[in-house]
Design a protein around this ligand. Sequence first.
Ligand SMILES: Nc1ncnc2c1ncn2[C@@H]1O[C@H](COP(=O)(O)OP(=O)(O)OP(=O)(O)O)[C@@H](O)[C@H]1O
Ligand SMILES: [Mg+2]
Length: 390
Amino acid sequence: MASISLRGISKRFGDVEALKELDLDIQDGEFLSLLGPSGCGKTTTLRLVAGLEEPTAGDVYMGEERVTDLAPADRDIAMVFQLFALYPYMTIRENIAFPLRAQGVRAAETRKRVDAVAELLGIEALLSLGPAQVHPADGQRVAIAKAIVREPRVFLFDEPLSQLDAHMRSRMRAELKHLHDTVGRTTLFVTHDQAEGLAISDRIGVMRQGELVQLGTPEEIFHRPTDRYVAEFVGTPPINLFEAEVCERDGARALRVGGVEMRLGEPLHTAGVDAQWGKLESVTVGVRPRYVDLGSRGEGEAALPGVVEVVEPTGRDTLLHVRLTEHADRGETGSFPSQGKAGMESGGSSDATTRCLVARAAAPPEGAEVALSFRPEHVLLFHPETGAAL
Ligand SMILES: Nc1ncnc2c1ncn2[C@@H]1O[C@H](COP(=O)(O)OP(=O)(O)OP(=O)(O)O)[C@@H](O)[C@H]1O
Ligand SMILES: [Mg+2]
């Protein structure tokens, strides 16, 4: 068994509380990514699992075994770092073979195993070269080969792709995923690149200031974030946030955003919304750019009028930055009472534009007047103060 469990792990460095009572279970054979901004404790978590740091409190288990006091060499773990280290005066073959030699594996067996991992990673042609002669992306591949040749129970990766250019990064990401599917070892992968985390993982743990904020599948993290922090951290382009007043319309729950009222459909009658609805005067509404529907003015009922300020082609899709204009100034969607309020407030984020991702062919030009709307099933609601998902 190579499951890993962290139980109540705290880690202090002087005054810095790097980890705060962290509980985390990584299943046998799982690919789990830790995702979060710089300084949130990702590397510290990895180093604790590897045995390179001692916890201030709490325990680390591998399977049923408590390994908190076990030396790194006795944990049967391989770690690959952002900056790989190869011995400069050894060939690539000797570099990969080094951990086996250190374990006293016989020469014939070593040769066989090095050949096998080299084939797996597509670096057979590099085996006789020196480290200085290989491209950095290949160097990282060699570092991975060196880590897996021992066939450890657990792999730890600390931003192993961050030094590579975008193209190589995407290729290596696919290769790592393939490698995991082939070798099937428990893998803990650290990244601050949310797209990488979403692409590669069975589950993702999103961290903030030494705490695990959410643990779930990429699907759960993206579509059902536990709070506003996760919603904002995950997804490109980033989610749109609006402050909305809570109201009723024809006896049904509704939201008033910038003077426009939108009725909440069935999907928002979740237990969380039901429990909190009566107590809140406002909520934060989150809508991902992909789910902002674009009409021209006058169409549709509850649409937010705006002007296209920036048009950013991104290939198949086009990203529009739309400045919302105050509803009260406009007459044409006037089925709702005007609030006479200032225009839109974008929740927390400083830019007041709304991002919409539309098909290239459907993109209006800069300066176009548009009307934005979104379907209730694509709306996320957050508590206006705590940011917790309703
Ligand atoms: N050896 C150390 N001595 C003092 N403080 C440390 C040490 N290692 C980590 N820290 C602090 O602990 C916190 C968590 O650091 P950690 O390296 O785990 O973050 P991270 O999530 O890996 O960040 P990054 O994305 O920048 O690599 C930070 O505030 C960091 O400054
Ligand atoms: Mg780190």
